[in-house]
Design a protein around this ligand. Structure first.
Ligand code: C2E
Ligand code: CA
Ligand code: CA
Length: 608
């Protein structure tokens, strides 16, 4: 019936005045409800917290209730039931909680649960409906804090139940006890609020508190590093969140290992870390940043795979920032600059970054207005057959003539629209406009660029097909251009959407091929019709044997996988010849035609 019990001497003297000034407690029983042999980590914890009390492990809640009934008459009532929620179904634990709280309404219930999730807390309270009897220990547990909390909880039980020993206490001792208990609870709450559950490092709140304390008290200028792991999401998505967590833990340990003395490391969010150091020389800082990049870039084994990520770092010095919030904001801007500059590098905040940030926010504000004020126009650039230059289709490219900034390149404002989310409305406008224009061409297809965020939108495929129907354009005259990121960000969703589009007859082109990370063989599992070889290869194809060879082998591989190849950015005849020799079937570039207005497209087509 009772699976395993480990009982200390029943008659042991009830005293645990471990902390000076703490009143002795009467004899009680504490029960761990756990299927794990010996009650696992939490039984050990409880024994350490209550060394002179009766601590037992019960396999089920029903066993625990029987045990509680037996314990009462022995003068050692059950003061506390402890549960471990980690790795268990909430439903099972809820049933157990309900059983014991009904049988022993006076007893305290302690649940160990992952600190990250608020959900178990709410769910437990819902079953027990006695918030005053429930306590949570956030895991991973800080052992000394957990022990203090357990002691305090048992003391509370004793005080509330007015047992013989408790009655003996005078008011001052009682107050003192209450105070100790409160203090212990407060300490746990403060610790949890300022620390990250996964790594035990300071969290964002703790980090900012620490930073502001240092700025206030130290005579040395502070330097903040914000570190963000590049493409970490890929690890989570492909190997699972446990693997991602494991990698975060390993990298944080490695970074802690290279921290200069007096430096503080924090985990600010998913894959973002913060470091504050003081008094480093310029050279010391360069060395430190390089070291951090290096430890982040090391290959590590997680979930049975060798995984290698890199990091981007933004640095800000106290001398360019007045307070902790300015310091954080500046480091953040520098971090984004590092990411935009190609990741796996650090950037230090300076006036150029500041200026760029201001320019960006003015563009951001202008974009909102532009969509309402109809300031966008579409331009179309021909895509032609490599050999004869015959027009196959047109790539739709957006143009913005801003009243404040003049003509701004989409390469500049599209990423901003992506970040603000405006790309969704803008993308809808682009798609509808491009289809409407294409309706008036006879024959050539229209190729529309879809940004990652647009492509990851719910129902994107249906939406595109609907717009095609609205414009009365056959899906066979539509091509969409996607970059690798749009696909890799959510592989399953991309796969689903690509199939819907492909089944309807829409063609799919992979844009900017050669600038990403993935191999063509990997990408081949998706419904892709053709790849667009990035301009950076085409630029050098006529002068550099290496790029000519890359283009040739990519074309060959693509052909063997049943994909077509378009080379972008062709500017002269020499490039055209080399690309034909390399096996590219279609070409695009100023050599054949610049992006032109919808009206010019009609004229060009009429002249054919
Ligand atoms: P992309 O998709 O790679 O588009 C090709 C870019 O190369 C276009 O720049 C085009 O004008 C330019 N280009 C074509 N041939 C040549 C050439 O021979 N020489 C040179 N130097 N450039 C050439 P554009 O229009 O400035 O667009 C830049 C990027 O902005 C695009 O790169 C694309 O990523 C984004 N973009 C443009 N329009 C849209 C749009 O409607 N939606 C989305 N989501 N992104 C767009
Ligand atoms: Ca494109
Ligand atoms: Ca491109």
């Amino acid at each position: 019936m009772i699976a395993q019990t480990r009982t200390d001497d029943e008659a042991a003297t009830p005293a645990f005045g471990l902390r000076a000034g703490r009143a002795p407690s009467p004899a009680i029983t504490a029960l761990v409800v756990s299927g794990e042999a010996g009650g696992g980590e939490i039984a050990g914890l409880l024994r350490e917290a209550l060394p002179h009390q009766n601590v037992a492990v019960c396999a089920t809640a029903a066993d625990a209730v029987v045990r509680a009934e037996l314990a009462g008459p022995h003068g050692r009532p059950v003061a506390l039931f402890m549960f471990d929620l980690r790795g268990r179904m909430m439903r099972d634990v809820a049933d157990e909680l309900r059983t014991v709280s009904k049988a022993c309404p006076q007893a305290e219930l302690v649940v160990v649960a992952e600190a990250r999730s608020q959900q178990p807390l709410a769910a437990c309270l819902q079953v027990v409906r006695r918030p005053d009897k429930m306590s949570f220990l956030p895991a991973p547990m800080h052992r000394p804090d957990a022990i203090e909390a357990l002691k305090a909880i048992v003391e509370r039980y004793c005080a509330l139940n007015n047992t013989a020993a408790a009655r003996d206490q005078n008011t001052i001792a009682g107050l003192e006890r209450e105070l100790t208990e409160l203090q212990a609870r407060l300490e746990i709450a403060i610790h949890a609020a300022r620390h990250d559950g996964l790594t035990g490092l300071l969290n964002r709140t703790g980090f900012i508190d620490e930073l502001s304390a240092r700025i206030a008290r130290s005579r040395q200028p502070q330097t903040v590093l914000l570190i963000d792991l590049d493409r970490f999401k890929l690890v989570n998505d492909t190997l699972g969140h446990d693997a991602g967590d494991d990698l975060v833990r390993k990298i944080s340990t490695a970074m802690a290992g290279v921290l200069p003395s007096g430096g503080v490391l924090a985990r600010l969010g998913g894959d973002e870390f913060g470091i504050v150091v003081e008094g480093l020389s310029d050279r010391g800082l360069v060395e430190f940043c390089t070291m951090v990049l290096k430890v982040c870039h090391q290959s590590r084994r997680v979930a049975g795979h060798e995984v290698q990520v890199s990091a981007s770092i933004g640095v800000a010095h106290q001398d360019t920032s007045s307070n902790e919030m300015a310091l954080m904001r500046h480091a953040d801007l520098a971090l984004y600059a590092a990411k935009r500059a190609g990741r796996n590098r650090y950037r230090t905040f300076d006036t150029a970054i500041d200026k760029a940030a201001k320019h960006r926010s003015s563009i951001e504000a202008g974009l909102e207005r532009a969509l309402r004020a109809d300031q966008f126009k579409m331009a179309y650039q021909p895509i032609v057959t490599a050999e004869t230059g015959e027009i196959l289709g047109f790539e739709a490219l957006i143009r913005w003539n801003s009243p404040e900034h003049g003509a701004i390149s989409p390469a500049e404002f599209v990423p901003i629209a992506e970040e603000t989310g405006l790309i969704l409305d803008l993308g809808d406008w682009i798609t509808r406009q491009a289809f409407k224009d294409c309706r008036r061409w006879n024959g050539p297809y229209v190729s529309v660029n879809l940004s990652a965020r647009q492509f990851l939108r719910h129902n994107v495929a249906d939406r595109i097909l609907q717009y095609a129907e609205d414009a009365d354009v056959s899906p066979s005259r539509i091509q969409i251009e996607l970059t690798e990121t749009a696909i890799i960000d959510d592989v399953e969703r991309a796969d689903r959407n690509l199939r819907i589009l492909r089944d309807a007859g829409v063609r799919v082109a992979l844009d900017d091929f050669g600038t990403g990370y993935s191999s063509l063989v990997y990408l081949n599992r998706f419904a892709i019709d053709c790849i667009k070889i990035d301009k950076s290869f085409v630029d050098t194809v006529a002068t550099d044997r290496q790029s000519a060879m890359i283009v040739a082998s990519v074309s060959r591989l693509a052909a063997s996988l049943g994909m077509g190849v378009v080379a972008e950015g062709v500017e002269n005849e020499v490039q055209q010849k080399v690309l034909i020799a390399a096996g590219c079937g279609a070409l695009q570039g100023y050599h054949f035609g610049r992006p032109m207005s919808a009206k010019d497209v009609l004229e060009t087509l009429a002249k054919r």
